[in-house]
Design a protein around this ligand. Structure first.
Ligand code: ZN
Length: 227
Protein backbone atom coordinates (compact mmCIF):
# COMPACT_ATOMS: atom_id res chain seq x y z
CA UNK A 1 0.00 0.00 0.00
CA UNK A 2 2.76 2.40 0.92
CA UNK A 3 4.52 1.73 -2.37
CA UNK A 4 1.36 2.50 -4.29
CA UNK A 5 0.70 5.82 -2.57
CA UNK A 6 4.24 6.93 -3.36
CA UNK A 7 3.51 6.88 -7.06
CA UNK A 8 0.40 9.00 -7.08
CA UNK A 9 0.64 12.45 -8.58
CA UNK A 10 -2.47 14.36 -7.52
CA UNK A 11 -1.40 17.55 -9.30
CA UNK A 12 -1.27 15.93 -12.73
CA UNK A 13 -3.64 17.82 -14.98
CA UNK A 14 -3.64 20.89 -12.74
CA UNK A 15 -0.04 21.99 -13.12
CA UNK A 16 2.00 23.38 -16.00
CA UNK A 17 5.59 24.54 -16.38
CA UNK A 18 6.11 28.17 -15.39
CA UNK A 19 8.83 28.48 -18.04
CA UNK A 20 7.11 27.12 -21.14
CA UNK A 21 3.52 26.28 -20.25
CA UNK A 22 3.79 22.56 -21.02
CA UNK A 23 2.04 20.15 -18.65
CA UNK A 24 4.09 18.76 -15.79
CA UNK A 25 4.06 15.00 -15.44
CA UNK A 26 5.03 12.86 -12.51
CA UNK A 27 7.95 10.50 -12.44
CA UNK A 28 9.79 8.54 -9.87
CA UNK A 29 13.58 8.67 -9.76
CA UNK A 30 15.80 6.07 -8.18
CA UNK A 31 12.72 4.15 -7.19
CA UNK A 32 11.80 6.38 -4.30
CA UNK A 33 11.78 10.06 -5.11
CA UNK A 34 8.71 11.49 -6.73
CA UNK A 35 9.13 14.48 -9.03
CA UNK A 36 7.09 16.54 -11.42
CA UNK A 37 8.83 17.47 -14.62
CA UNK A 38 8.05 19.47 -17.71
CA UNK A 39 6.96 17.65 -20.86
CA UNK A 40 8.84 20.26 -22.87
CA UNK A 41 12.16 19.02 -21.54
CA UNK A 42 12.24 16.01 -23.81
CA UNK A 43 11.69 15.73 -27.57
CA UNK A 44 8.59 14.11 -29.03
CA UNK A 45 7.91 12.69 -32.50
CA UNK A 46 6.70 16.10 -33.69
CA UNK A 47 9.07 18.56 -32.01
CA UNK A 48 12.50 18.96 -30.44
CA UNK A 49 13.06 19.65 -26.75
CA UNK A 50 11.71 23.15 -25.94
CA UNK A 51 12.45 23.68 -22.25
CA UNK A 52 15.25 23.21 -19.75
CA UNK A 53 13.27 23.52 -16.50
CA UNK A 54 14.51 21.38 -13.63
CA UNK A 55 12.68 18.58 -11.90
CA UNK A 56 10.42 19.67 -9.05
CA UNK A 57 10.17 17.65 -5.88
CA UNK A 58 6.63 16.33 -5.69
CA UNK A 59 6.33 16.43 -1.90
CA UNK A 60 7.28 20.09 -1.87
CA UNK A 61 5.01 21.16 -4.72
CA UNK A 62 2.04 19.20 -3.43
CA UNK A 63 2.45 20.67 0.03
CA UNK A 64 2.71 24.26 -1.21
CA UNK A 65 -0.43 23.87 -3.32
CA UNK A 66 -2.46 22.00 -0.73
CA UNK A 67 -1.52 24.50 2.01
CA UNK A 68 -2.81 27.33 -0.14
CA UNK A 69 -6.03 25.53 -1.04
CA UNK A 70 -6.50 24.49 2.56
CA UNK A 71 -6.17 28.07 3.78
CA UNK A 72 -9.00 29.05 1.44
CA UNK A 73 -11.16 26.06 2.34
CA UNK A 74 -10.65 26.54 6.04
CA UNK A 75 -12.92 29.59 5.83
CA UNK A 76 -15.87 28.16 3.93
CA UNK A 77 -18.16 31.05 4.90
CA UNK A 78 -15.85 33.55 3.16
CA UNK A 79 -15.66 31.25 0.19
CA UNK A 80 -19.43 30.91 -0.06
CA UNK A 81 -19.93 34.66 0.40
CA UNK A 82 -17.52 35.30 -2.44
CA UNK A 83 -19.38 32.86 -4.70
CA UNK A 84 -22.75 34.42 -3.85
CA UNK A 85 -21.35 37.83 -4.69
CA UNK A 86 -20.31 36.58 -8.11
CA UNK A 87 -23.73 35.03 -8.71
CA UNK A 88 -25.43 38.32 -7.78
CA UNK A 89 -23.08 40.17 -10.06
CA UNK A 90 -23.94 37.90 -13.01
CA UNK A 91 -27.64 38.16 -12.18
CA UNK A 92 -27.44 41.93 -12.41
CA UNK A 93 -26.24 41.46 -15.99
CA UNK A 94 -28.89 38.96 -16.85
CA UNK A 95 -32.51 39.11 -15.79
CA UNK A 96 -33.99 35.77 -16.71
CA UNK A 97 -37.55 36.60 -17.78
CA UNK A 98 -37.08 39.68 -19.93
CA UNK A 99 -33.80 38.64 -21.47
CA UNK A 100 -34.94 35.16 -22.40
CA UNK A 101 -37.79 36.85 -24.24
CA UNK A 102 -35.33 39.12 -26.02
CA UNK A 103 -33.16 36.16 -27.05
CA UNK A 104 -36.22 34.50 -28.60
CA UNK A 105 -37.24 37.68 -30.37
CA UNK A 106 -33.73 38.31 -31.73
CA UNK A 107 -33.37 34.71 -32.93
CA UNK A 108 -36.70 34.99 -34.73
CA UNK A 109 -35.66 38.28 -36.36
CA UNK A 110 -32.30 36.91 -37.42
CA UNK A 111 -34.00 33.99 -39.14
CA UNK A 112 -36.26 36.44 -40.99
CA UNK A 113 -33.41 38.38 -42.60
CA UNK A 114 -32.75 35.73 -45.27
CA UNK A 115 -36.35 35.97 -46.48
CA UNK A 116 -36.17 39.77 -46.54
CA UNK A 117 -32.99 39.61 -48.55
CA UNK A 118 -34.58 37.25 -51.08
CA UNK A 119 -37.56 39.57 -51.43
CA UNK A 120 -35.29 42.53 -52.06
CA UNK A 121 -33.34 40.54 -54.64
CA UNK A 122 -36.59 39.75 -56.40
CA UNK A 123 -37.57 43.39 -56.39
CA UNK A 124 -34.22 44.16 -57.95
CA UNK A 125 -34.48 41.38 -60.52
CA UNK A 126 -38.00 42.24 -61.53
CA UNK A 127 -37.15 45.91 -61.85
CA UNK A 128 -39.85 46.92 -59.40
CA UNK A 129 -37.80 49.72 -57.88
CA UNK A 130 -34.69 51.68 -58.76
CA UNK A 131 -31.53 49.72 -57.85
CA UNK A 132 -30.28 52.56 -55.62
CA UNK A 133 -33.28 52.32 -53.36
CA UNK A 134 -33.05 48.55 -53.15
CA UNK A 135 -29.31 48.64 -52.40
CA UNK A 136 -29.86 51.25 -49.68
CA UNK A 137 -32.50 49.02 -48.23
CA UNK A 138 -30.14 46.05 -48.32
CA UNK A 139 -27.34 47.94 -46.61
CA UNK A 140 -29.67 49.10 -43.91
CA UNK A 141 -30.85 45.54 -43.38
CA UNK A 142 -27.28 44.28 -43.23
CA UNK A 143 -26.48 46.78 -40.48
CA UNK A 144 -29.57 45.85 -38.49
CA UNK A 145 -28.73 42.19 -38.88
CA UNK A 146 -25.21 42.72 -37.59
CA UNK A 147 -26.43 44.75 -34.63
CA UNK A 148 -29.00 42.07 -33.78
CA UNK A 149 -26.32 39.39 -33.96
CA UNK A 150 -24.00 41.33 -31.64
CA UNK A 151 -26.81 41.88 -29.13
CA UNK A 152 -27.81 38.21 -29.29
CA UNK A 153 -24.22 37.04 -28.75
CA UNK A 154 -23.92 39.34 -25.75
CA UNK A 155 -27.12 38.01 -24.21
CA UNK A 156 -26.13 34.40 -24.77
CA UNK A 157 -22.76 35.10 -23.17
CA UNK A 158 -24.40 36.72 -20.13
CA UNK A 159 -26.76 33.76 -19.83
CA UNK A 160 -23.82 31.34 -19.95
CA UNK A 161 -21.89 33.36 -17.35
CA UNK A 162 -24.82 33.25 -14.97
CA UNK A 163 -25.26 29.51 -15.51
CA UNK A 164 -21.55 29.01 -14.87
CA UNK A 165 -21.64 31.07 -11.67
CA UNK A 166 -24.66 29.15 -10.39
CA UNK A 167 -22.98 25.86 -11.22
CA UNK A 168 -19.85 27.01 -9.41
CA UNK A 169 -21.95 27.97 -6.38
CA UNK A 170 -23.38 24.45 -6.26
CA UNK A 171 -19.91 22.92 -6.65
CA UNK A 172 -18.48 25.04 -3.87
CA UNK A 173 -21.34 24.07 -1.55
CA UNK A 174 -20.71 20.43 -2.38
CA UNK A 175 -16.99 20.86 -1.86
CA UNK A 176 -17.48 22.50 1.52
CA UNK A 177 -19.78 19.72 2.67
CA UNK A 178 -17.43 17.00 1.46
CA UNK A 179 -13.87 18.14 1.94
CA UNK A 180 -13.94 20.86 4.57
CA UNK A 181 -14.75 18.60 7.55
CA UNK A 182 -11.63 16.51 6.93
CA UNK A 183 -9.14 19.10 5.70
CA UNK A 184 -6.30 17.74 7.77
CA UNK A 185 -6.50 14.17 6.57
CA UNK A 186 -7.68 14.38 2.99
CA UNK A 187 -6.86 11.59 0.57
CA UNK A 188 -5.33 12.39 -2.79
CA UNK A 189 -8.70 11.71 -4.40
CA UNK A 190 -10.35 14.31 -2.15
CA UNK A 191 -7.60 16.80 -2.89
CA UNK A 192 -8.09 16.25 -6.60
CA UNK A 193 -11.82 16.83 -6.14
CA UNK A 194 -11.07 20.11 -4.41
CA UNK A 195 -8.73 21.15 -7.24
CA UNK A 196 -11.38 20.33 -9.79
CA UNK A 197 -14.13 22.22 -7.96
CA UNK A 198 -11.90 25.26 -7.59
CA UNK A 199 -10.76 25.06 -11.21
CA UNK A 200 -7.20 25.14 -9.96
CA UNK A 201 -4.42 26.17 -12.33
CA UNK A 202 -0.89 25.90 -11.01
CA UNK A 203 2.28 26.84 -12.83
CA UNK A 204 5.55 25.86 -11.27
CA UNK A 205 9.32 25.62 -11.53
CA UNK A 206 11.70 24.72 -8.71
CA UNK A 207 12.08 28.48 -8.14
CA UNK A 208 8.46 29.29 -7.57
CA UNK A 209 4.79 28.48 -7.88
CA UNK A 210 1.80 30.47 -8.97
CA UNK A 211 -1.63 29.24 -8.00
CA UNK A 212 -4.81 30.43 -9.63
CA UNK A 213 -8.32 29.18 -9.40
CA UNK A 214 -11.92 30.13 -9.30
CA UNK A 215 -11.19 32.36 -6.31
CA UNK A 216 -8.45 34.18 -8.06
CA UNK A 217 -6.07 33.46 -5.22
CA UNK A 218 -3.13 35.75 -4.85
CA UNK A 219 -0.08 34.77 -6.75
CA UNK A 220 2.21 32.94 -4.43
CA UNK A 221 5.94 32.54 -4.91
CA UNK A 222 7.94 30.16 -2.86
CA UNK A 223 11.51 29.07 -3.29
CA UNK A 224 12.62 25.49 -3.10
CA UNK A 225 15.73 24.38 -1.34
CA UNK A 226 17.39 21.41 -2.93
CA UNK A 227 18.56 18.69 -0.63
ZN1 ZN B 1 8.85 23.79 -19.45
Amino acid sequence: MRGKAKHEYPLTGFVVCRKCGSPLVGSCLRGNYRYYHCRGTYPTASRAKICDAHYIKADWLEEVVWDKVKSVLSQPELLLAEVSKQVENEKSHYSTGTMDKEIKELSRRLKGYDGQERRLMNVLRMDLATPDIVLDEMNLMKKEREADQVRLNGLIQAKENLAKALEMQESIKELCAKVVPCLDNCSNAEKKDAYTYLDLKVSATPEGVSIKGYLDLNVLTTGQTWA
